[in-house]
Design a binder for this molecule. Structure first.
Ligand code: GLY
Length: 582
């Protein structure tokens, strides 16, 4: 692995020690420094490969695949299936997501869209009640909320298109099958999340018998979670490929479960599901190339739009995000999230002005609206005129291999444990992703996000997402892989991590751990994590921001390429994460 492939970030990573600048490589030859700001929190460092995911067994499975000669994509597919077993709140085969793959051999980055789709029977008013009001029971708590799952087809497409060919399909599925069949010990994260989902799981006997005990209390830490039906489904997928999921017995059981829960998804909807290879959305920030997820995720577009505005604001260098900077950051976020509400949707149904929204000229124009002294009320901010958007329900993992290939994968069931419904006899936990549509123009979804026609439900349409798997490159070589769960806060989480590294020269663990801030235009509040300096908060309030201290935001498992090697930072906001390398 060529560790010197990070020229600009190496500059960024030169340590500020006693006011002097030392390149990391020089410091490595010296006695361990007593104070080294970037390394107060040590990442995991490895020379050949790195897997950072929300769950330790899945991370180790990924590393095993790399050690067998598989590449980052093979490992990502194995981790994706493993998390469906070990992290049932978010890892899944009954949901969907987005995978960004960078291949070192041709320096190309590919975006795989395996987002859930609305069934053919979907309609504009499907989530309204008899009075025409948005009915959240329909969009979040019924079979109508279930999108046709994309994960199995997406992982298969990634494996077939970009896998190394050195490990077989059954080899990447085998660890997940074994964990589902033999069971796993319930550890902290699972023991924490099950009580929160207990009510929803208890509604469905098919779910309760797996995750709850006879008295309907959740499995507790130290007990064993065995998922025999899921093991059988995974074995069918191993034997028949995605057809083992989308056709035949499993498909029939999935559609029957959705129908019993009040939905209309058919066998035909499942049989016709297709993942889509899309062109990543790209940009340049401070000389580094950014590749991220295009629509139907809003993630990449707004990550780049906001970074463009920050760059256009020509902010002076600062060692830490001070109040002046955070104010501008918040104002830029409001503008981008307002744009999201108007313009973003499934590009197969609406024209999304990606080029305009991610152009430097547009950023230049929009920063003119920003007052450095004062927060603008959200009601005064409108989507731009173009010439010519807590959570622990999603999960992200980052992988790199010895060749410099990289995978950033974010996938989800929407809510933690999705709809809470396991389709009887399949072990498949079903999503409630269709709440990501705008049930009614201007009415917020579960994440407080508003939208309009561009994101209205329609047959076979994909609901708008915020998932932002992101890769940063320097002269065509990967220097950083990141992404996060967090619903509407995914975009801001990724931005916080990127700017902490690129602008504030933080080490990867510090960048991932530092308190985050988020503004999504509506509601008009600047959400900050506990830990933001009270002085900074006061300065922001003086500019007119309404500060709301919220729960921890996101879980941004990140890899940074430095002269020390592949630095893996497992975000500790959620328990169970592991950065594993070799
Ligand atoms: N379900 C959250 C998202 O896709 O943004």
């Amino acid at each position: 692995m060529d560790m010197m492939n990070c020229k600009r970030l190496c500059l960024a990573l030169s340590l500020s020690l006693y006011g002097m600048q030392f390149p990391v490589a020089v410091l490595a030859q010296q006695a361990a420094p007593i104070i080294a700001d970037q390394y107060r929190q040590q990442p995991v460092i490895a020379a050949r490969g790195m897997v950072v995911s929300q769950e330790a067994q899945a991370s180790r499975i990924g590393v095993d695949i790399l050690k067998k000669g598989g590449n980052a994509v093979d490992a990502a597919v194995a981790v994706g299936f493993a998390l469906a077993v070990t992290l049932p709140r978010a890892g899944n085969i009954g949901g969907g997501g987005f995978m960004l793959v960078h291949l070192a051999k041709d320096r190309q980055t590919h975006a795989i869209d395996y987002r859930e789709t609305a069934p053919a029977s979907a309609s504009r008013d499907m989530f309204l009640d008899a009075q025409g009001n948005a009915d959240t029971r329909k969009s979040r708590d019924s079979g109508l909320a279930v999108g046709v799952p994309g994960t199995v087809a997406g992982l298969e497409l990634a494996f077939k298109t970009h896998g190394s060919g050195k490990v077989s399909w059954s080899e990447v599925l085998a660890p997940a099958v074994a964990l589902a069949k033999n069971g796993i010990v319930v550890e902290e994260d699972l023991a924490d999340s099950l009580p929160q989902a207990q009510k929803r799981l208890a509604q469905y006997p098919s779910s309760a018998k797996i995750f709850l005990k006879a008295d309907l209390s959740p499995l507790a830490q130290g007990e064993r979670l065995v998922q025999s039906d899921l093991a059988q489904t995974l074995e069918l997928i191993a034997a028949r490929g995605s057809a083992g999921f989308y056709r035949g017995e499993v498909a029939q059981k999935l559609s029957a479960a959705v129908s019993t829960a009040g939905g209309t998804m058919t066998d035909e909807d499942l049989a016709t599901y297709q993942p889509v290879i899309r062109k990543p959305v790209t940009g340049i920030y401070q000389g580094l190339q950014i590749a991220s997820m295009p629509p139907p995720s809003s993630g990449g577009v707004h990550v780049i739009e906001i970074l463009n505005m920050l760059e256009a604001l020509k902010l002076p260098p600062s060692a830490a995000p001070d109040a002046e900077r955070l104010h501008l950051f918040a104002e830029a976020m409001k503008i981008a999230y307002a744009d999201r509400s108007e313009y973003l949707g499934d590009p197969d149904f609406v024209t999304v002005p990606v080029a305009a929204l991610t152009s430097k000229r547009y950023a230049q124009a929009r920063i003119k609206e920003i007052d450095p002294a004062k927060a603008r009320p959200a009601r005064e901010i409108k989507p731009g005129q173009l010439a010519p958007y807590e959570s622990d329900q999603t999960t992200h993992y980052s992988i790199m291999d010895a060749e410099g290939n990289a995978v950033a994968n974010t996938y989800t069931l929407n809510f933690s444990y999705g709809l809470g419904l396991v389709a009887e006899g399949t072990g498949v936990m079903l999503n409630n992703e269709l709440d990501d549509f705008a049930a009614k123009a201007g009415v917020p979804n579960a994440f407080g996000l508003v939208g309009g026609d561009a994101n209205a439900p329609a047959p076979r349409k994909r609901p708008l997402s915020s998932m932002s798997p992101t890769i940063l490159l320097d002269q065509g070589k990967v220097v950083m892989v990141t992404g996060s769960p967090g619903g509407s806060r995914i975009i801001s989480t990724v931005l916080n991590v990127v700017t902490n590294i690129v602008d504030h020269k933080m080490g990867v663990m510090e960048a991932v751990t530092a308190p985050r801030l988020h503004h999504q235009w509506l509601p008009d509040e600047l959400r900050v994590e506990r830990g933001l300096s009270p002085d900074t908060a006061k300065l922001l309030e003086a500019k007119g921001h309404k500060i709301v201290v919220g729960a921890a935001s996101g879980s941004a498992h990140t890899i940074l390429v430095t002269p020390r090697g592949l630095e893996g930072a497992g975000d500790q906001r959620q328990r169970g994460t592991l950065a594993a390398g070799y």
